[in-house]
Design a protein around this ligand. Sequence first.
Ligand code: MN
Length: 232
Amino acid sequence: MAYLFSIPETRTVKVAGETDTYPVGRIFCVGRNYAAHAAEMGVEVDREAPFYFTKTPPLAVAHSDSTMAYPAGTENFHYEMELVVAIGAPVFRATPEQAADAIYAYGCGLDMTRRDLQMKAREKQRPWDLGKDVEGSAVFASFTKAGEMAALGEQRIWLSVNGEVKQDATLNELIHKVPEIIADLSKYYHLQPGDLIMTGTPAGVGAVQPGDRIEGGVDGLEPISLTIGVPE
Ligand code: MN
């Protein structure tokens, strides 16, 4: 039986050393996972448990080294540099130890955000979708398989705009660590290969303008870049 109409195809991310690519299923994002970022947003950190929002594939997915048109509906479009975790095995009701075994790869990601719409939603106690689930706003560099990455901790995570460093932290500052995040998500979701987790951004977020060039990195991973294009 044929489909009545076509929908966008699955989008994929390259994996260093692999010919085949990683197909993106779901994108879970952690909010407020660095204390200094929560402080700059004027909110408290919840150390009890992480909280989440999502971005909707395939249209949310974009690749490093591309140009993203300044999106519709915002006058305050922000970058957020993040460590991304790619799931490679089913995970449900897992312990952190079991969760760690399901990590397939890590990568650099950008959680591009309509900050004005997110803040308006926050004030009105409404969902963040318009602020966060922006088409093309989940930007990914090539992934590095977990076995090729040193234990997470001292690695620097940084971002610059037009060569000026704006975000500069280490993965030690993650409040909820990666295995704990996966284990927590697995209380609510049947995680599976293709699921990505954006683990939150350090302090130093800010606005970009058309023509700006974003570059970022995490020690040991492929760097990421994005150019902001003219408004749609
Ligand atoms: Mn984020």
